[in-house]
Each structure stands twice: as C-alpha cells, then as structure tokens.
Design a protein around this ligand. Structure first.
Ligand code: GLN
Length: 479
C-alpha cells in the first residue's frame, strides 16, 4: 500500500489480488495513529471501517461488480452528516449531537462503496482560515508542524496531505477547501454552486456554501465529483450533474486580474511563481491576457456582509431547546436560557459573526450594508459573464501568502482580507480549484487557482490536468 496511489491504481491492485480493502484500511489507520498530534480527526470509525472493508473484500472476491468508489477511504469534514454518527461543526453547541440522516453526498459515497473512516476537525461552523477556531483544538500542517494548515477545512486537507485517507470532503463558503489545499500542497476543488446537494451540510451561509473535494490526483477529484454531484429532491438549488465540456482545442484563452497580481498583500515569491507560470502557458501556445477587475476592493467586504447576515439567521436554530448543548445554569426564564446556552456554546469567532450579521441586517443599517453588498454581488455576476464570453478560465493565486505560523495572525480584519482571491468564486457561484504547482525556497507549497464558467466543472478539471502536465514536463522533461 502506498498513500499516494490514485483510486484507479488502487482498484487495479484490488482486482489483481495485490491488496485488499482490509489491508488498505489498516494502512490508513496506522497513518492516523502515527499523526494523532496533527489533530486532524475528531473521531475515527476504526472498527466500522474494518468491518465494511471485510464485507467489500468478500463481495469482490465473489465476483460482484465494483462500485465506483469501491473501498476508497474517505474522511468527512465535521459539517457533513453521516447517519448515526456524531457531528459537531467543531462546536461545543453540538458537542454530543448525532446525525439522524445522511447528507446526500454521504449517501452517494456509501452507495458507490466508499469507506468513511472518520470525521475531521475544522474551524467552528466553518468560520475561519487557519483551523485555530475549533472548539476541539487547532490542527497542524504536516509540512511544518508549527504552521497552520489553513481553514476552515484544515483537518480534511491535512488528512489527505499526510496520507491518512485517500480523499476528503470539505465545505467551501469563501475558500475553505481551496485555501487549506494551497497551504498543504494538495488539490482542493469547489464545484459550481448547486453542483453538489447541500442536504445534510451544516449551513454557514446558504447562498455561498458548497461541498468541495480534496485529493492528490485530478482524476480522483473528478470521480468523486461525478459520484456525489447532481440534482437532489432534498435541495432545490442542486442542479443536474455538470456534463458540458467544450470541444477540445489546441490553444486556450486564459485571463488574470492585473490588479490582483499586483496587489500589495501578495507575497512576491507567489507573484513571481505565477508570472513565470503564465510565461510557460504562453510558450505552450495558449493565450494569457490581463483584464481589469475594478471590483477587487469590494469583494471581501461584500462577502463578509452577506455571509455573516446569512450566518446570523442560520445559526439562530441553536437555541438549547430543540437539540444540542443546553446551559445547566439557573436561568429564570426562556430568554435567559437562550442567552446562557448561546454564550457558553459558541466560540468567539462565531459570536463575532452572529453580531456582525445581525447588525448589517438591522433596520437602520440594512440599506447601508446588506443591500449595497447585494448590489456588488449583482455587478460581479455581470462582470463574470463578460469575462467568460471571451476566456476559458481565470488564473489567480489561491492565497496571498504561504502557510503562516500558528498564533501569528490575530487581527480578524487582516485574516478576512487574506480571502481576497477565493471569495469571488463563491459570490458568483463559479467552479474554482487550487492546484499544488509551486513551492517557496523554504519548501512551503502554494497553489495556482483556476476558475471557469458556471457549470463548466468538467472543463475546469480538464484545464487543470493540462496545467499540471505543463508544470510536470517543464520540471521533469522526461515525464
Ligand atoms: N475564510 C472564510 C471565512 O471565514 C472562508 C470560510 C469557508 O469557506 N467556510 O468565512
């Protein structure tokens, strides 16, 4: 067993009798125990995963056809429901809560014979960029354990990075799959809004949330997307499976936002890496052009106004009455019980966002903040249409800096501003992916972000493959 093989390589080994699902599960469980100090997992379903693997081995050996994810070892961010298993969104308020149903994504993984090995640590309610906001402790980056793995899906990224599972599902509301993928040196994809049903995904900001996929191979990401994407009776925003791939061309048209690549917050090593890569793309016969993107300064503020507004409403359900944590204090009335429960159950970042969201929606400030942010969103949608009228894809960095040290960033506004390259895709619903193409001199990874038009998820994946191969052949001319 090697942790870096692709799903199809693993399936070949299984079919040729060179390994078994039980052996694979044992291998990943060993890795999980070797890396417990990274704190990527909130719970590991050890006995259950081994049992399921034994059943799958028997079925296969009896000649049953293989499910598309037969024996594939998957981790779930702790915001995706798995029936009869605990789920907490890394929050005290849901600490002992058990899912009573499967998320549609979970259901589809299981139908195609995946093995879910555990639930993964994340920022509380998926709010954050460093995984330092979990009620159950921070997560460490396996490349440098003193650095953050990124967030909010930090545990899911580290689990794939350190070979503790083959693929993970995370959620991406403003970059929470792509940003940790960038910091950890793996692939992280946020599909188009509505590609994957949100049924059974704990809501942060419903018009932005999307389940995303972490992996080490583009083909694995594509396969998992194909299994879990598609319309769903339980989520009316889930669309038909993306199927549109424009005809293959020998030369593609890419663009980048000039002011984004010249932004003062962008680390010069990253800017150089991307500039040089743009030259390679051009040398390979494609076109890469700068476009003006005047709305750049507005995207982070618009994102935080709209997502906190939605969060303040979504999180009002955690009241200590229906389910989840309830304060054990001596409250005198219902109002005090709500107040105590929510004060004790939510962490500081979640409280900050509920307060901010409530403020921007309040009668006196609604027009100044919420409706303005919605107008920005509308302008962005129009600009995006214009761009994809002319170009196949947009190239951007994923994050302005590589992974920083644990505890290094404390100012929330500084942390929010570092979402400058990721939130745009969620504001307009387009698919986006972070590809692990670069490393700094110190050996820290950073990614290239690629975005394509809404519902062109398959096109995005084929362009990703093209760019990965371009980088591989440049670095290793013999490949
Ligand atoms: N960093 C962003 C935030 O805190 C992204 C979160 C996410 O995508 N879930 O809102």
């Amino acid at each position: 067993m090697v942790s870096s093989q692709s799903i199809s390589e693993y399936h070949n080994l299984l079919v040729n009798g060179q390994t078994t699902c039980v052996e694979a599960v044992r291998h990943y469980l060993d890795k999980i125990s070797a890396f417990t100090h990274l704190n990527a997992w909130l719970e590991v379903f050890e006995a259950e995963a081994l049992e399921k693997a034994a059943v799958l081995d028997k079925q296969r050996q009896n000649g049953a056809p293989l499910g598309r994810l037969h024996g594939v070892i998957v981790g779930l961010k702790d915001v995706i429901c798995y029936k009869d298993h605990r789920i907490s969104a890394s929050s005290r308020i849901l600490e002992n809560f058990t899912s009573v149903y499967n998320a549609t994504a979970t259901e589809r993984l299981l139908q195609d014979e995946a093995i879910i090995i555990g639930r993964q640590n994340c920022d509380e309610f998926a709010m954050g960029s460093s995984n330092e906001n979990s009620a159950f402790g921070l997560v460490r980056n396996a490349i440098d354990e003193e650095r953050v793995p990124g967030g909010s899906s930090g545990g899911s990224a580290v689990a794939v990075q350190a070979g503790m599972c083959m693929v993970s599902l995370g959620s991406d509301t403003g970059g929470s799959v792509r940003q940790p993928a960038d910091f950890c040196g793996i692939i992280g994809m946020k599909p188009s809004y509505g590609s994957i049903s949100r049924y059974g995904l704990i809501a942060y900001a419903s018009s932005f949330d999307q389940i995303g996929i972490f992996g080490k191979h583009i083909d694995d990401v594509k396969l998992v997307l194909d299994v879990i994407a598609g319309a769903d009776a339980f989520d009316s925003t889930a669309k038909q499976k993306p199927s549109h791939i424009p005809a293959r061309k020998t030369s593609y048209k890419f663009c980048y936002f000039k002011n984004a690549l010249e932004h003062p917050s962008l680390d010069p090593t990253i800017a150089n890496g991307i500039d040089r890569f743009i030259e390679k793309i051009t040398a390979a016969g494609h076109t890469v052009e700068p476009v003006n993107f005047d709305l750049l300064d507005y995207i982070v503020p618009a994102y935080y106004v709209l997502t906190t507004a939605e969060a303040s409403s979504n999180l009002s359900r955690y009241d200590g009455i229906k389910y989840g944590y309830q304060s054990a204090g001596k409250e005198n009335n219902l109002h005090e019980l709500y107040q105590q429960t929510r004060s004790e159950g939510f962490g500081p970042e979640v409280k900050r966002r509920i307060l901010l969201g409530t403020f921007v929606l309040s009668a006196g400030f609604y027009d100044a903040y919420f409706s303005k942010a919605q107008k920005v969103r509308r302008l962005l949608v129009e600009k995006t249409k214009e761009i994809f009228h002319q170009y196949d894809a947009i190239i951007l960095p994923t994050v302005p800096t590589p992974a920083y040290k644990l505890g290094e960033k404390k100012d929330p506004v500084e942390i929010f501003l570092a979402d400058i390259y990721t939130v745009y895709a969620n504001l307009v619903g387009i698919p986006a992916i972070s590809l692990p193409l670069f490393k700094t001199e110190e050996g820290l990874p950073f990614g290239l972000q690629l975005m394509s038009h809404e519902n062109n998820d398959l096109h995005l994946l084929s362009l990703s493959k093209l760019l990965i191969n371009l980088q591989l052949t440049e670095n290793n001319p013999h490949l």
